[in-house]
Design a protein around this ligand. Structure first.
Ligand code: URA
Length: 208
C-alpha cells in the first residue's frame, strides 16, 4: 500500500501560520468543538516560550496562557524583568484535550502522537521568529521542540546550545502548572525560586 506522505506546511509569515492553526482539526486526536489556539507575540521577539497545550480558559478565549497557570506565568515573567507583550508565547500542542466530567473539562496530558501532529507548526513558528532564547515549559514542550523524549530532570537549569541551522540557545524549565500543584509551601517556594532563576537567565541570555 502507498505510504502516507505528511507534507510539511510552509509559511512565510506568522499570520498565515496562525490561520492554518485555526483551521486545523488536530487529525481527530482531540475532542471536536474546541478552538485551536495559535501562538502570540511579535515576530522579532528575542525570547520564545513553549507551553504544553491550551487549557479550559485558553480554549474559551482563543489565547495562550490566560488561565490560572498562565496568570502565574505572566506574573513570573514580570518578576524576571520581562514584558509579556515583548516575548513570543506558544504551545507545543494547539488544541485543548480533555475528558468531560459533569460540567467540567479535565485536562489530559497530550500523547506523543498529538505532539507530533503539531511539531511542524511549532518548528515553522520558531523558524519565523528566530529567537535568541527558547524556553521550554515542561516535558511536552521539550518533546515537541526536540522531536524526541528528553528528561526534564536531566536538563533543567542548563543552557542548551542549539544546532547552527536553528540558532540560539534553549533554557528548559518547569511548566507553571507544576508550581500550582505543589502543596507544601516550603517546597513550593524552592521550586518557584528555580523557575524565576531560569526565566531571569533566559532574559539575560537574550540581552547578551
Ligand atoms: N495555558 C497554555 O496556554 N498553555 C499551557 O501549557 C498551560 C496553560
Amino acid at each position: 500500500a502507498a505510504k502516507m506522505i505528511r507534507v510539511e506546511p510552509s509559511f512565510n509569515d506568522l499570520d498565515s501560520l496562525h490561520r492554518a492553526v485555526r483551521e486545523h482539526d488536530g487529525e481527530g486526536l482531540t475532542p471536536t468543538g474546541v478552538t485551536p489556539v495559535p501562538g502570540e507575540g511579535p515576530q522579532d521577539a528575542r525570547l520564545f516560550f513553549i507551553g504544553e497545550q491550551p487549557g479550559d480558559q485558553e480554549d474559551k478565549e482563543g489565547r495562550p496562557f490566560v488561565g490560572p497557570a498562565g496568570q502565574l506565568f505572566t506574573r513570573f515573567l514580570g518578576e524576571a524583568g520581562l514584558e509579556r507583550d515583548a516575548v513570543y508565547i506558544t504551545n507545543a500542542v494547539k488544541r485543548f484535550n480533555f475528558t468531560p466530567r459533569g460540567k467540567r473539562r479535565i485536562h489530559q496530558t497530550p500523547k506523543a502522537g498529538e505532539i507530533d501532529v503539531w511539531a511542524p507548526f511549532l518548528h515553522h513558528e520558531h523558524r519565523l521568529v528566530q529567537p535568541e532564547v527558547t524556553v521550554t515549559l515542561g516535558a511536552t514542550a521539550l518533546r515537541g521542540f526536540f522531536g524526541r523524549p528528553v528528561k526534564l530532570g536531566e536538563v533543567r537549569g542548563e543552557v542548551i546550545e542549539l544546532p547552527k541551522d536553528v540558532g540560539g540557545v534553549c533554557v528548559p524549565t518547569f511548566h507553571p502548572s507544576y508550581l500550582l500543584r505543589i502543596e507544601d509551601p516550603g517546597q513550593r517556594k524552592v521550586e518557584e525560586g528555580k523557575f524565576l532563576a531560569d526565566l531571569t537567565r533566559a532574559r539575560e541570555l537574550a540581552a547578551a
